[in-house]
Design a protein around this ligand. Structure first.
Ligand code: PMP
Length: 390
C-alpha cells in the first residue's frame, strides 16, 4: 500500500468504527417499486421517482428520438458548443411551469444551488440559512464570500431574531429548502417571504422535492403558498424523472447567472436528449392530476396507519415520511429486518439527523400499489413488535 493509501485506509477504519462507512448497492432493474437490488427482489421505499416518470415510456421515446438526432453528450459548455434548441425549449417550459420570466439549466440541482449561493451574495452580504438545508446549499454558502448565519429549522422567531441581528450587512439573503429532504417538512414560505419583505431581504428556495409534487399542477412550494420568492432552484432528478438542475426567476437574474455563475459557465451542457425527456415530463406533470392524487393518497395511508400503530412519524404531508426509531443501532437493525423481508428503506443516523432521532426514511411514489403499501405496513407492525419499538 502506498503512503497515501495507508493514510486513507486508516481514515476509513475510523469511519467504520464511527458507524459511518458507506457502500454502494447495485440496481439491476429500471427504477420502479419492485426492483432487483444486488440480485435480490426488493420493494423500494427510498426512491425520489415520486411520479414514476423515470421509467415512463413517453419520456423514453422523447429521449430516444432526440438521441438519434443529436447523439449522446453535448460536447461543450452552453457558452461554447453545447447549446441546442432543446436547452432553450426546456428553459422556456420550466419558466412557464414555474411562472417566472426565465430559467437556466445546470447539470444538477447540486450545481444549481452551489452556483446561486456562490454567485449572488457578495462579501458584505449575509446568508440566513435553515439548519436543515441540503448539503448543496451548505456547500454553496461555504464557497460564498458572504457570511452565513444558520437559523433553527422552520423557526420564524429565530429567523426574525437573526434578521434583526444582521441589519448592518449590505444585503440579506434567506435560503430554504421548500420540502426538507430528511424531515419531510414544508418551509412556511408565506411567512419567510413576509419577513423578507419586512426586513428588505431576498429569498432563495430550493424546490427539489416539491417540484412536480406540491401546489397546483405540481408547480412547487411557491404555488402551494401563492407567493413569489426571488430565486427558485430545482432539480429534474426527482419527480421530473430525469437528470439536471435549474434556476427560475427574472430575466435579469437568469442573465446574471449565465454571465457569472461558475457552475454554469464551466460545466458541459446537459445532453439534448435528456432536455427533450424533461420537456415531455413537464407536459405530463401539467396534465396528469391522477398521479399526484395517487401519490398523496399513498402518503396519507402510510402516515395514518403508522401513527395508529404507535410510531412517531415526522413531517408534513409530503412523499418523505421519516419514522423515528431513536437509537442509531436500532434504526440500522430495523432497516436490516425490513430488507430481510424484501423492503428497501434506509436508516438515517447522526450526523445527518440530530442525536436521538435516528429514523427509517420512507419515500413513497404514485406507482406503489395498495398491495405494496399493505405489505410495508404489515412489516412495520411485525418488526415493531419484535424489536419492542413503538
Ligand atoms: N436539493 C435537495 C433538497 C436535494 O434533496 C437534492 C438531492 N438529494 C439536491 C438539491 C440535489 O439535486 P441533484 O440530485 O439534482 O443534484
Amino acid at each position: 500500500m502506498s503512503e497515501l493509501d495507508e493514510w486513507l485506509h486508516q481514515h476509513l477504519i475510523k469511519t467504520k468504527e464511527a458507524g459511518l462507512y458507506r457502500k454502494l448497492r447495485t440496481m439491476n432493474t429500471a427504477p420502479r417499486p419492485n426492483m432487483l437490488i444486488d440480485g435480490k427482489g426488493q420493494l423500494v421505499f427510498s426512491s425520489n421517482n415520486y411520479l414514476g416518470l423515470a421509467n415512463d415510456q413517453r419520456l423514453v421515446t422523447a429521449a430516444e428520438t432526440i438521441l438519434h438526432e443529436f447523439g449522446l453528450g453535448s460536447s461543450g459548455s452552453r457558452l461554447t458548443t453545447g447549446n441546442t434548441d432543446w436547452h432553450h425549449k426546456l428553459e422556456e417550459k420550466i419558466a412557464c411551469f414555474k411562472q417566472t420570466e426565465g430559467a437556466l439549466l445546470f447539470s444538477s440541482g447540486y450545481l444549481a444551488n452551489v452556483g446561486v449561493l456562490s454567485t449572488l451574495p457578495e462579501k458584505d452580504d449575509v446568508i440566513l440559512s435553515d439548519r436543515l438545508n441540503h448539503a448543496s446549499i451548505i456547500d454553496g454558502c461555504r464557497l460564498s464570500k458572504a457570511k452565513t448565519v444558520v437559523y433553527n429549522h422552520i423557526d420564524m422567531d429565530d429567523l426574525e431574531k437573526k434578521l434583526t441581528e444582521t441589519a448592518s450587512y449590505k444585503r440579506r439573503f434567506i435560503v430554504s429548502d421548500g420540502v426538507f429532504s430528511m424531515d419531510g417538512t414544508i418551509a412556511p414560505l408565506d411567512q419567510i417571504i413576509s419577513l423578507a419583505k419586512r426586513y428588505h431581504s431576498y429569498t432563495i428556495v430550493d424546490d427539489a422535492h416539491a417540484t412536480g409534487v406540491l401546489g397546483k399542477n405540481g408547480r412547487g412550494t411557491s404555488d402551494y403558498f401563492g407567493v413569489r420568492p426571488d430565486v427558485v432552484i430545482g432539480t429534474l432528478s426527482k419527480a421530473i424523472g430525469t437528470e439536471g438542475g435549474f434556476v427560475a426567476g427574472s430575466h435579469v437574474l437568469i442573465n446574471y447567472l449565465l454571465n457569472h455563475a461558475r457552475t454554469f459557465i464551466f460545466q458541459t451542457a446537459m445532453p439534448p436528449a435528456i432536455c427533450a425527456a424533461s420537456y415531455v415530463a413537464l407536459e405530463v406533470i401539467e396534465e396528469s392530476h391522477e398521479k399526484r392524487q395517487q401519490l398523496f393518497s399513498n402518503v396519507k395511508k402510510i402516515k395514518t396507519s403508522l401513527v395508529e400503530m404507535g410510531y412517531l412519524v415526522k413531517g408534513d404531508i409530503t412523499p418523505i415520511i421519516p419514522v423515528i426509531i431513536g437509537d442509531p443501532n436500532e434504526a440500522v437493525l430495523f432497516a436490516e429486518k425490513l430488507q430481510e423481508k424484501g423492503i428497501y428503506a434506509p436508516a438515517i443516523r447522526p450526523p445527518t439527523v440530530p442525536e436521538g432521532e435516528s429514523r427509517i426514511r420512507l419515500t413513497v411514489t404514485s406507482d406503489h400499489s395498495t398491495k405494496d403499501i399493505d405489505y410495508l405496513l404489515e412489516c412495520f407492525q411485525f418488526i415493531g413488535k419484535e424489536l419492542n419499538i413503538k
